[in-house]
Design a protein. Structure first.
Lengths: 339, 435
């Protein structure tokens, strides 16, 4: 009986995954063009938000450098492809590698600090990148930014075509999502959560806390850099505004909205924030106010974000269901809450 | 458990997206309305610009009763927050979802260049009503992008020439905001100034924004120059001008400004001693012509305040569009619309008549303006009008565009180092006193 039930659930999951997958893949064929654009933005901003969500949720490292790394990758790609006109794979590879080198340097500087100090230090590092973008005008064009970066055309397939661009982005996004999830569930993820909860005890147990934190920082830099690469090739432009404090805080709010550390929740957070922009601006100029109030209510009533609230609700439902003496199915133990 | 919640939420999100998408499909645009999109910063620190741009547009649309050639005109405003990425996204939205026929707006240089980059691929007609990078209508010009405002150098070239020839100044000390618009303004000024017989424009750049200018002002040599030119705008200009006055510098050198230093919106925040500040622009809020007075009165009546350049520029952009549409047989004929826009001749424009050159940038009056006090209020008054100034000044387009783009350190501060072809041209400017 138990095996049967398990199989049924697996089957259901497979079916659900298949349906979701089919819908995701088929978007370009039926979504209106502007909504496909929005989905593309959701995907690359999700990769950026996941990077922060992973660091903050699993490692307790609220890093305000992630938008800086995102912007850095975008700038490197734009500079190499627009100013130096390097052919296709090079701007992309150098952007990724360069960003990881900078992330390593930033990681080495910041991983020995914790909590608020880590937050302030990463804020400063992110702002250094912003200031460079703003003021190194001969390289970055300052205020105006760099225009003209485009996705490549490979073997006759133009990735400037939104549909093609979307499919590539979807694959990279899913890879980032599931790899990050695998990291979270691995022994390394457990050790990382250990350093989050008590780095002193982890050190006493013989773990190298700095190494664990640095590794996590480097892992998180990958989706941020990739997101920046997709971002600049899609919008065609990069300006210092993309790296500024507003954007950084925006991403942080999205992560809180979705539920810190929950990757799926983070994607939903980005989805809600962007759809909010798209839908609410139809009715009012004051969409920023509406968004602010939403965040305020959320922090007051659902401090663990949307996924936290949903899980809490489900737990309470389970409990009340168990309390009422309905004839429960005799097989298997009652379901427990999450974790 | 966690996984299935996540998956279910994702599924829910997808369902939401589907539901969100359906109304978009349903509201597919009607073919008998003519749709204009405005992208402007309606929130954030530059919201005042967005508001003036909105007000100017709405005034023009109301004068046409939201109607052209028997078609209803639909007007859609999107907020850019002065961010190029958001501006591009909103332009996409206006094109792909609202199917607008034309987009008006970009406010800053960076936003303008970003939208230009998008317009090049999308082919949607765009009118740059406030964005001033010269390359939008020069080295990067595309057919579907026209401009009815100005380039950074356009008012400054005749201004520099006038300062050198009429005021007889030889050496100027310039302090400017460190970004591309002031570079272009400086470039225009230097070219005109050097042609007119000037010797040197010493240039110093400061980061944007700067609140305290004491170190910059202290570094100005107290002799050897004829004037100081402040090449910045907004809160920076207010701070600089007031500190310049408080340091007693007006007794040392007179103060000149770039086109936006003495913006009418910033004048109330300046000390009364700012009277006498001189600058040059294609707009002056106290112009005494029937066309301008009619526009100003209508604006004051509708919105309760005096229009600034940003308002006039979107007003004229809308009028340009509607007049162009009046010549069309089919409002959906994009090519014909672009041709009609590029052929704009607007003799009764409030700022003074203008037409577009072959690169689709206006050729119009430049006014040399002086700050005066009227009933305790500071205002700009036109003192000299220079008719038919082109973005290329007196140069032919090929010579001009063969030069590098104006930058932090280009052109040279020393007139002796200028390339000869930039000095030896036939002068075309005519200085007409306005009083």
């Amino acid at each position: 009986m138990t095996a049967d039930r398990g199989r049924r659930r697996t089957l259901l999951t497979v079916a659900l995954v298949a349906v979701v997958g089919a819908v995701l893949v088929s978007f370009p064929s039926w979504l209106p063009p502007y909504y496909l654009t929005t989905v593309i933005r959701i995907l690359f901003y999700s990769m950026l938000a996941m990077s922060l969500s992973f660091l903050a949720g699993q490692g307790g490292m609220i890093s305000l450098t992630q938008t800086g790394l995102f912007g850095l990758a975008a700038y490197v790609l734009a500079i190499l492809s627009v100013h130096y006109e390097l052919p296709f794979p090079f701007p992309l590879l150098i952007a990724l590698a360069g960003t990881l080198v900078v992330a390593l340097a930033f990681g080495l500087i910041s991983i020995r600090t914790y909590g608020t100090y880590f937050l302030i230090l990463t804020l400063a590092l992110g702002q250094i990148l912003w200031a460079i973008a703003q003021q190194w005008t001969s390289m970055t064009e300052g205020f105006d930014g760099i225009q003209g970066a485009r996705a490549p055309i490979i073997g006759g397939i133009s990735f400037q075509e939104p549909a093609n661009f979307y499919w590539v982005l979807l694959v990279v996004f899913l890879a980032c999502f599931f790899l990050l999830r695998a990291v979270v569930r691995s022994p390394f993820g457990l050790a990382l959560r250990g350093t989050r909860d008590s780095h002193v005890r982890m050190a006493a147990l013989g773990f190298s806390v700095p190494r664990i934190r640095l590794t996590a920082f480097m892992i998180a830099a990958v989706p941020a850099a990739l997101a920046g690469i997709f971002f600049v090739q899609f919008t065609g432009i990069i300006t210092p505004v993309t790296l500024d404090l507003d954007r950084t805080v925006w991403i942080l709010l999205i992560v809180i909205l979705g539920g810190v550390g929950n990757l799926g929740g983070t994607v939903i957070g980005v989805f809600i924030a962007l759809m909010f922009e798209v839908v609410v601006t139809r009715f009012t100029d004051r969409y920023l106010t509406a968004m602010g109030i939403t965040f305020l209510l959320l922090v007051l009533f659902a401090p663990n974000g949307i996924t936290g609230a949903v899980e809490g609700l489900k737990r309470r439902l389970d409990r009340s269901r168990r309390a009422t003496p309905t004839p429960a199915p005799s097989d298997g133990p009652p379901e427990r809450g999450p974790r | 458990m966690r996984r299935s919640i996540t998956l279910r939420l994702l599924a829910l999100a997808l369902a939401g997206l589907v539901l969100g998408g359906v109304p978009a499909l349903a509201q597919s645009s009607e073919s008998d309305t003519f749709r204009i999109g405005l992208i402007a910063p309606t929130t954030g620190p530059f919201a005042a610009f967005g508001q003036m741009q909105t007000e100017g547009s709405v005034l023009a649309l109301e004068q046409f009763n939201y109607e052209v050639n028997g078609h209803t005109v639909e007007f859609i405003i999107e907020d850019t927050r002065l961010n190029g990425e958001i501006a591009v996204d909103k332009s996409r939205k206006l094109d792909e979802e609202d199917n607008v026929h034309v987009i008006v707006g970009p406010t800053s240089g960076g936003v303008g260049l970003s939208v230009l980059d998008w317009a090049r691929d999308s082919g949607v007609p765009v009118i740059m009503s406030y964005s001033a990078p010269e390359d939008i209508t020069m080295r990067l010009a595309v057919r579907n992008v026209v401009r009815n405002s100005w380039t950074g150098a356009q008012p400054m070239d005749p201004f520099g020439y006038w300062v050198a020839t009429e005021l007889g100044y030889k050496r100027i000390y310039m302090i400017g905001e460190d970004y591309s618009y002031p570079y272009n303004q400086a470039g225009g000024f230097k070219r005109g100034f050097c042609r007119g017989g000037g010797e040197e424009v010493t240039t110093v750049w400061h980061p944007v924004p700067t609140e305290d200018y004491s170190s910059f002002i202290a570094r100005i040599p107290r002799s050897g120059y004829d004037a100081v030119l402040y090449n910045g705008a907004g809160s920076d200009a207010v701070a600089f001008v007031n500190q310049y006055i408080e340091f007693g510098m007006l007794d040392v050198y007179p103060l000149l400004g770039q086109s936006n230093t003495f913006e009418q919106g910033d004048l109330p925040a300046m000390l009364p001693e700012a009277v006498g500040g001189i600058s040059a622009m294609q707009y002056v809020e106290t112009l005494q012509t029937p066309d301008f007075q009619a526009f100003r009165d209508a604006y004051v009546e509708r919105w309760g305040r005096v229009p600034a350049a940003a308002a006039e520029h979107t007003y004229t952009a809308i009028v340009m569009i509607l007049r162009a549409v009046e010549t069309l047989e089919d409002i959906n004929d994009r090519d014909a619309l672009i041709e009609a826009l590029r052929a704009t001749d607007y003799p009764d424009a409030p700022r003074g008549g203008f037409y577009l050159d072959e690169y689709a940038n206006p050729v119009h009056n430049i006014y040399i303006r002086e700050v005066r006090e009227v009933d305790g209020q500071l205002m700009n008054f036109g003192i000299v009008r220079i008719p038919e100034v082109s973005q290329f000044g007196p140069y032919d387009p090929a010579t001009y565009m063969a030069q590098p783009i104006d930058a932090r350190d280009y052109p040279s501060d020393l007139c002796a180092e200028f390339p000869p072809e930039m000095l030896a041209v036939e002068e075309v400017y005519e200085f007409i006193p306005m009083e």
